[in-house]
Every structure is written in C-alpha cells, then in structure tokens.
Design a binder for this molecule. Structure first.
Ligand code: ADP
Length: 654
C-alpha cells in the first residue's frame, strides 16, 4: 500500500516539485494537492491520508490554524509543516500546535523529504501505541478497587486514582499536590509515617495506617514501594469491614471467655452472695451497662441482693418498690429488652438518665428465683445479641442460686443433725458408763447369791416341797442370767480396751473342733442335726485365740438357741480366695427383715413370736462384730424369717 499524502500549498509549482521528488518511488507514495485552506479541510475530512504536508502560509490564512482545526476534528495522521524561513524560533510554535515536524522549503531534498515523511509516520504510530498503552494503564488504575497513590520524593501526592478520592470523599484536585501525611497517618503513634526518604529500596512494605476522610479516620492496609525517581507508590485498601469483623470476633471471644470463667466459678461456688456478685459483675461487663442489680425472691417478695450503681436508698436485703415492668417479666418468665424507656409509661426510673433496660428472669426448673436488671444511658448499647448472651449467664446464675440455696439448707440440716448426734452420743455414753459401773458392782453380789443358792439347794436337799424346789430353781436361773449379763458386759469392755498385740499365728481348725464339741450336748438336747464341715487343710490366721473362740462359740450357741427342736445346725470352715470362711448355717426361726438393721448394736434383741421367750442379753453379736473387725475381718450374715439364718466371718489367711 502506498503512503497517501496530501500537500496543502497555494503554489502549484511546489506541488509539482514535491511530486517529482517522490515519483521515483511511485509505488510507495501517492500524493494529492489542495491549494487553499477550505479545500484542504474538505478533502482532509472526507478521505483518509497518511501524512499531511502543510505550507505555513496559505494565502492570507495560517497553516498552523488549519493543523489545529484538523487535529481538533479527530484526524490523527502526522502533519509536517513547510516553512519558508530559516529561523529556528518557529520550531517551538510548530511543535506546540501538534505538528510532528517541519521542513525548510529552501532546503528541500528528495531523500530527506522521504525520510521526514517516514519518520513522521513512525512517530505517529509510536505515539498512538503509547497512547493506547497509557489508556490501558489509566483504565486499570481507575478501575482498580484498591486505591492507588503516587508521591514525589518529598512525599507530595502527585497521582491518585478515583478509588482514593472516593475513600477520602474529596475530588482528585483537592488531594493531588498535598502532603501524604495530610491524609495517611499511622494508626499507632509509636509507628513511623510513610515516607519515600526512609523507605527500604528493595522490597515493598505492608502497613496498617489510618486514612483521614471527610467522615473521620478509616483503617487501611497499604502496600508501599519505592519506584523509579525516588517516588513512592502505594496500594491502599479499606479494611474497616475486616477490622470490624475482627473486633466483633474479638468481642465474641471475650464474651465466651467471660462466660466460661463465670461458669467455672459458679459451678464450684456455693456462697450465694459471692455467686450473685460475680454474676452481676460479669453481666454488667458483658453488656457494658451503666448500672444493674440482681433481686431474688425471698418469702414471696422481691429483695435487692446485689447492685452495681446508685439505686437511691435501696440496700441489699431491702424489698424492691413496686415495678410493673419487672412484675410482667417475672410473670411471663421471658427476658425483655426496652430500647427506649421514654415510650414506657410503666417505667419509673430509680437511676436518672437511663434510656434502655434489659430484664432477665432467673428461672430454674420453671421456678422463678429472681431477676437480673441492667440499665444504660446509651440508647443503642443494648442489642438482641447481648441479651442472648445474658440469657446464658442468667440460666447459669439461676442454677447456681438453686445450688447455693440447697447447699444452705443442707448445711443447716447437717448442723442440726450434728447437734442431735452429739446429744445422742452423750446419752449413749452415759448409758454405757452406767451399765459398766452396774456390771462391775453387780458381779460380786450376784456371785454371792448364786453361791448361796447352790449351797441352799444342796443343804436343803429333800427337805423342801416340790413347789419350793421349783421356786429355788427359778431364783437360780434368774441369778445365773444376771451373772451372764455382767460377764458379757465385762468381756465387751475387755475387748474394746484390748489391743491386738497379743495376736499370734492361729490355726482355726483345732479351735473350731473344740468349740463344736462344747455345744454337742446342747444340740442333742434339742434333737437337732448338728454337723461340722471342716477343711482338711490347716487354715491359719493372725488372731487372738480366746477372742476367736468367743466369737465362734457365740454364733454356734445362737444358732442352736434360735433353731427349734429337730432343726439342723451346720458349722463350716473352708478357704476361699485367700480368706478363711467360717459359717454357721441353721434352719431356725430367722430374723424379720425390718429387725435386721440394728442386729450388731449392743443390747439389741430381735423379737418375734417364736423367740420372745428365749433369754439373752443382746450383747453377743455386738461382741462378735467387734472381735472380727479388730482382726481386719468381715462379718457374714444372711437371714430369712421363717426359714433360717447364716452367721459367720471372713478372715485373711496367712
Ligand atoms: P442374745 O443374747 O439376745 O442372743 P445376740 O447379740 O447374740 O444376743 O443376738 C442378738 C439378736 O439376734 C438375738 O436377740 C436374736 O434375736 C438374733 N439372733 C442371733 N442369732 C440368731 C440366729 N442364729 N437365728 C435367729 N436370730 C438370731
């Protein structure tokens, strides 16, 4: 494609000359001619040309005016001015007009003309490309959602994109030219302001600063970097939303932590005053309230328990004055938030200037225990989210109050029980002491009575009547029973005083054989089946022989005593997992279940129809249990009323 040229010159000869100069390369250049201003305009605006050669002098018109006009109409091809002067001072006005070059007509040569034309075209193309790429960058700059700002080496703002002016809320002109520090300052006074003079040259830095805007400061994140010429290039991002979210999250974590602390404290604190003051403190802090109180229901009326803030003359323990809002909340058992108390005709302020109120009932197992009341002067401080958190606290407080109240009741009952126990123990001790003293003092006189009765019976012989004889025998039995009681009491005393230093390695088998034999006659008198099942291996324990004999004898004796005629009594000794097991199994009367509880208490006697006439002291089993416990053993006991009992013990084998 040849280069299309329009020559604008009122001198036809000149056109001919130029055409000739270019005609050597006719295939490369195609030249047209316009002889005056208006004609040139018409042609140029209607058909495209690659280059315009314009004479500076167009009759009485100026070639530069034409260039201006054509450029303004959107023509982008290069204009080369043809001048008739040699003065250099024309160069500047020509180039300022927008023309790309000029040729001195008097120095016109074919080769230089062609070169000038090519250069002009090339430059125009370069300019076009540059403009296009500049436009690309500019639109990138403008479209960027981040703010972009460039300063000169003195930290004066020389360029910003529209995001920056939107963020700041002022037009570009009001920002460009000002100092960077007029708009960007460190969030923290301890930090240094951004400054190209102090920036590291190698890497960009990322900082969080504040951007001063028409609506106050906003937090921004800035990636700043030194670029060529010592200028500072900043990418600015508005992080107020992120900060808000971070703060929100932080607040949430703080609330949770507080809640957790309250939980831990409330769970193990049973002092009600402490629980309430802790809970109120947490609630006031969580809600950022100005004042608050907890009132609890005591004997049906609401009394102030804890308060933060000035509630007039009201002191803890005082009844709260009538309050319709609180009554309503307690009745509904539903928390409520009153965001504008001016609209609440039923509200009577105790604390002046309160503008919002939260009332949360303290409910445990559907029982209303009190109320948490929080107030603030700041209208928008209380939110449903805060209320939700307080509900969590309130539910814990209610449970803690309940626990503390139960604990208080339990404490009071315990104290009463302890008092009773002391009274009973004193009485019990008095009783045992008296019995012991009596036993000591009775032993000799009873011995004397028994002795003389025996003597009397023997010396009177057949000289008395049958009736007198049976009376004497009854006296004898009574005296013997008294003797047994004193003996049992004294041996109990002996055992209680006894330390187990006297224990020895004791093989139970031979001892039991002796005990078993001792009671053979007694069992035979009642025609009982009396059996011994004894282990063949020697069962050795650490024990006091006399006491072991007493324990085993007592249980064998009881079995025979509390088993009717023709019944059976089986005495057993065996080993089982490292223990010696002794058992006396009878088919006797057994003990009613409701009487089994106190069986091992001193002087305790179970009584049923069948056993009411059997004599005893109620000391035997107490004695046995004492012995076995002192030997680190365990009692065995089982009884079914009407079918029989098993008494025995387990002792660790050596
Ligand atoms: P007691 O001198 O009355 O026999 P114990 O202390 O030996 O005193 O026994 C306490 C009570 O336990 C007895 O009064 C009796 O009611 C009951 N008892 C003891 N052993 C047996 C048994 N093998 N069968 C039924 N009741 C028994």
């Amino acid at each position: 494609m040849p280069i299309k040229i329009l020559l604008i010159d009122d001198d036809k000869n000149y056109f001919m000359l130029v055409r000739r100069m270019l005609s050597r390369d006719a295939s490369q250049f195609q030249i047209d001619w316009a002889s005056d201003y208006e004609m040139a305009k018409t042609i140029a605006l209607n058909s495209p040309y690659d280059v315009f050669l314009v004479d500076l002098q167009l009759g009485n018109r100026n070639g530069l005016d034409l260039v201006r006009e054509l450029l303004a109409s959107g023509i982008q091809s290069p204009f080369i001015m043809l001048t008739g002067y040699t003065e250099d001072e024309l160069e500047l006005p020509i180039l300022e007009t927008g023309a790309s070059d000029y040729i001195n007509k008097s120095e016109l040569k074919s080769a230089s003309l062609r070169r000038t034309i090519r250069y002009a075209m090339q430059r125009t193309q370069d300019l076009k490309a540059l403009k296009a790429s500049e436009e690309n960058y500019r639109s990138l700059l403008e479209d960027a959602s981040d703010g972009i700002l460039i300063t000169d080496p003195e930290a004066k703002i020389i360029l910003i994109n529209s995001s920056v002016s939107e963020m700041i809320g002022e037009p570009q002109e009001a920002i460009v030219g000002k100092a960077l520090t007029d708009f960007i300052v460190p969030a923290n006074k301890a930090h240094v302001p951004l400054n190209p003079a102090t920036m590291p040259t190698d890497a960009p830095v990322l900082v969080e600063h504040l951007l001063r805007t028409a609506n106050g400061n906003i937090p921004v994140e800035i990636s700043a970097k030194l670029v060529s010429g010592g200028r500072l290039q900043c990418f600015i991002r508005d992080i107020s939303k992120r900060k808000e979210e971070e703060e929100e999250r932080e607040r949430y974590i703080q609330q949770l932590t507080l809640l957790q602390q309250v939980d831990i404290e409330l769970n193990h604190m049973l002092n009600i005053d402490y629980v309430l003051s802790l809970a109120l403190d947490a609630a006031v802090r969580l809600s950022a309230a100005n004042a608050g109180f907890i009132a609890t229901i005591d004997n049906g009326s609401l009394k102030l328990a804890q308060a933060i803030g000035r509630y007039g003359d009201l002191l803890p323990g005082d009844s709260l004055p009538e309050n319709a809002l609180i009554d309503q909340v307690l009745q509904d058992q539903q928390p409520r938030i009153f965001l504008d108390l001016a609209n609440e005709p039923n509200y009577h302020a105790i604390i002046p200037d309160t503008s919002a109120l939260m009332l949360i009932p303290l409910v445990s197992y559907e029982r209303v225990l009190g109320i948490l009341n929080l107030e603030t002067r700041k209208v928008n401080r209380f939110t449903p989210e805060v209320l939700d958190f307080l509900k969590l606290i309130a539910s814990r407080v209610a449970v803690a109050i309940e626990n503390a109240q139960l604990y208080q009741i339990a404490q009071e009952q315990l104290a009463r029980l302890q008092e009773l126990y002391l009274q009973v123990s004193d009485l019990e001790k008095l009783k045992t002491d008296m019995i012991r003293i009596a036993a000591h003092d009775l032993r000799n006189p009873v011995g004397v009575i028994v002795g003389y009765l025996e003597l009397l019976e023997w010396s009177l012989g057949d000289k008395i009547s049958e009736k007198q004889k049976s009376q004497l025998e009854a006296m004898m039995r009574a005296a013997q029973r008294m003797e047994k009681i004193t003996r049992d009491i004294l041996s109990l005393e002996r055992i209680e005083k006894l330390h187990l230093e006297k224990t020895q390695r004791l093989t139970l088998n031979p001892l039991l054989l002796e005990v078993f034999d001792d009671y053979r006659t007694q069992a035979a008198e009642k025609n009982q089946t009396y059996t011994l099942e004894i282990s063949e291996t020697a069962l050795t324990v650490q024990a006091d022989s006399a006491q072991m004999r007493e324990a085993m004898a007592n249980m064998v004796n009881n079995a025979i005593k509390y088993t009717p005629e023709d019944g059976s009594v089986t005495v057993k000794l065996r080993d089982e997992s490292g223990m010696a097991i002794f058992e006396v199994v009878d088919t006797g009367f057994g003990i009613p279940e409701d009487q089994q509880v106190g069986l091992f208490q001193p002087f305790y006697r179970a009584s049923s129809e069948e056993t009411v006439n059997i004599e005893g002291t109620g000391l035997g089993l107490h004695l046995v249990k004492n012995i076995i416990t002192r030997h680190d053993g365990k009692m065995i006991f089982e009884s079914v009323y009407g079918s029989g009992s098993t008494f025995g013990f387990k002792l660790p084998l050596l």
